[in-house]
Design a protein around this ligand. Structure first.
Ligand code: C2E
Ligand code: CA
Ligand code: CA
Length: 532
């Protein structure tokens, strides 16, 4: 059996665990959601950057295409005629540095230099000659060493004649390839196996930091791609996470607190009692009351037992005080009364058979007990003698004597339980007119051992006799106690010497066995039920 403290502690521990788990889960979830959304934002930013860059360069190259046919028709025309037109076209196409005409594998006319004689092989790779090509290269004539993007359009199938347009990629790259740290630390234009990064020369290596993640997007129309690199959307989102911590902490604390409030009822022992009542986990036991002289059973006291599937057996000494404290004792007593009536068949149908039911003083308030008895007991009309046991530890002075009078009128007896242990004055004995005093088991236990307490036992017995109140001794465990009490005129005995509390369904069998003629031993009566 467990104590109230250990059970309550268990509930509190469970509640704390649940609330901490809720808070922790909220924290993890909030941070997780923030991380994922930030990572998606970063991913979108990278995608936007690359597609915007690809689109910008696509637009530059598309604008060149619009003039292509006109320029191709000029291939073969003498340079002194073509030169001015080439200059004009280069001026119109603002992104172009120069335009040149090629005949028989030689650059013979340039928009910048006029007539020239430069072999194509000097600025175009051989494999690119027979078909249109885009080449990233380095300027060797005008702005020496600066990057250029050459667009080559052949006009003859052998690739000996055609037009060359030199795009001012140095300027364009400064506009479209500028990194956006910390997310995008590097942006590279890649044409064939040549690369150009922001503010640098053309190189034939891509060399991207191996620790970085990179993302590449190719142009759908032209043979180039843009590669961007950086710490990666996930890592950036992770770095950003500490800034989200205060908000996430606040949210998790709030949810933990809400969980604490929400579980106040559900995860308490009082909730468990209500659940136990609803699930009918509380079982009625009864303990026989024995006539001190004849040793015959003259009644029972109904005692509650709780077989809690989660906690095991819980003693009434644990759950009754808690039920009293949390206003659950009235529904609990209603359950006891209703169950007793339902199983009344196990008891002898005799008006001299006593059935004692424990009732808390608070149940007397506003005549609730009377209403409950009318509804549950009197309506069923059992013939047995009902005794209401009221514990002295309860506030007996609060008990309305008019209700006691009404109970008496209806034939219900009133017993004062655990008599001698309370601290109330004796004046209420006169006020309440109890029919029975139940001598507490501590006084019974003192018989023959504890001088002071056994004196108190004698005084209680004398008091009961003087006031003409029936006496019941609880906790009779030995033959010596039984003899003493009988000799001193106590009428009724209850204790392990006769029987331990038993489930109601076992009572008829016990009664049948104990009603057989009492065994005689050396002329003395032997207890009906041996001490188990
Ligand atoms: P109580 O009303 O004084 O009940 C007598 C208690 O003494 C019972 O404990 C019983 O098992 C125990 N007892 C009986 N004979 C002996 C004996 O020879 N030796 C010893 N050491 N003990 C004996 P139990 O059943 O554990 O109940 C404890 C208390 O819980 C009861 O004391 C009563 O105050 C309360 N209780 C039990 N059932 C109910 C109920 O249905 N309603 C209310 N309000 N209180 C109840
Ligand atoms: Ca009792
Ligand atoms: Ca008692």
């Amino acid at each position: 059996m467990q104590t109230a403290q250990t059970i309550i502690k268990k509930y509190r521990r469970k509640r704390v665990i649940v609330c901490v788990a809720v808070a922790f889960l909220t924290l993890i979830l909030t941070l997780g959601i923030r991380f994922i959304s930030q990572r998606n934002i970063n991913q979108d930013r990278i995608l936007n950057f690359t597609s915007h860059t690809v689109r910008a360069l696509d637009n530059v190259l598309i604008s060149l295409e619009s003039r292509r046919d006109m320029l191709l028709s000029m291939v073969g025309a003498p340079c002194d005629q073509a030169h001015l037109i080439l200059r004009k076209q280069a001026a119109i196409l603002q992104t172009v540095r120069s335009i040149a005409l090629i005949k028989d594998g030689k650059l013979y006319c340039s928009s910048v230099f006029g007539s020239r004689n430069v072999p194509v092989s000097e600025f175009l790779p051989p494999q690119a000659v027979s078909k249109p090509a885009l080449v990233l290269s380095t300027d060797r004539w005008l702005l020496e060493g600066s990057p250029i993007l050459i667009q080559w359009y052949p006009v003859s199938p052998d690739g000996e004649d055609g037009v060359v347009e030199v795009v001012n990629i140095d300027l364009i790259s400064r506009m479209i390839l500028e990194p956006q740290p910390p997310l995008i630390t590097d942006a590279v234009l890649r044409v064939g196996n040549q690369s150009l990064r922001y503010g640098q020369q053309v190189s034939d290596a891509l060399d991207i930091d191996s620790g970085d993640t990179h993302f590449q997007q190719a142009s759908p129309r032209f043979p180039f791609s843009i590669t961007v690199s950086g710490p990666g959307p996930g890592e950036m989102a992770l770095k950003n996470l500490p800034t989200q911590l205060p908000l996430a902490m606040m949210l998790s604390l709030l949810l933990g607190y809400i969980a604490w409030l929400a579980t106040a009822r559900r995860m308490s022992f009082t909730w468990e009692i209500s659940m136990g009542l609803a699930a009918r986990e509380l079982e009625l036991f009864c303990q026989p009351l024995v006539d001190a002289r004849t040793q015959q059973c003259i009644g029972v006291e109904i005692l509650l037992r709780w077989n809690n599937p989660r906690q095991g057996w819980i003693s009434p000494d644990v759950f009754i005080p808690l039920a009293e404290e949390h206003n659950l004792i009235v529904p609990l007593t209603r359950y006891v009364i209703a169950e007793t009536v339902r199983q009344i068949g196990v008891f002898p149908a005799s008006s001299s058979f006593h059935i004692g039911i424990n009732v808390a003083a608070s149940h007397f308030r506003r005549a609730v007990l009377l209403q409950d008895l009318n509804r549950l007991w009197f309506s069923a009309g059992p013939c047995q003698q009902l005794t209401i046991e009221l514990t002295e530890r309860d506030a007996l002075l609060d008990v309305d004597y008019r209700i006691v009078r009404e109970l008496h009128r209806k034939g219900v007896k009133l017993a004062i339980d655990d008599f001698g242990t309370g601290s109330s004055a004796l004046s209420w004995l006169e006020k309440l007119h109890p029919d029975v005093l139940k001598i507490d088991k501590s006084f019974t236990a003192a018989i023959g051992t504890d001088a002071v307490n056994s004196t108190v036992t004698d005084i209680i017995i004398a008091l009961g006799q003087r006031l003409n109140i029936e006496l019941v001794a609880e906790g009779v465990e030995t033959e010596e106690q039984s003899r003493y009490l009988r000799r001193h005129g106590v009428h009724t005995l209850q204790g392990y010497l006769y029987a331990r509390p038993m489930p109601l369904r076992e009572f008829p069998k016990w009664l049948a066995e104990s009603s057989s003629p009492p065994a005689q031993h050396n002329g003395r009566i032997v207890p009906l039920m041996p001490l188990r």
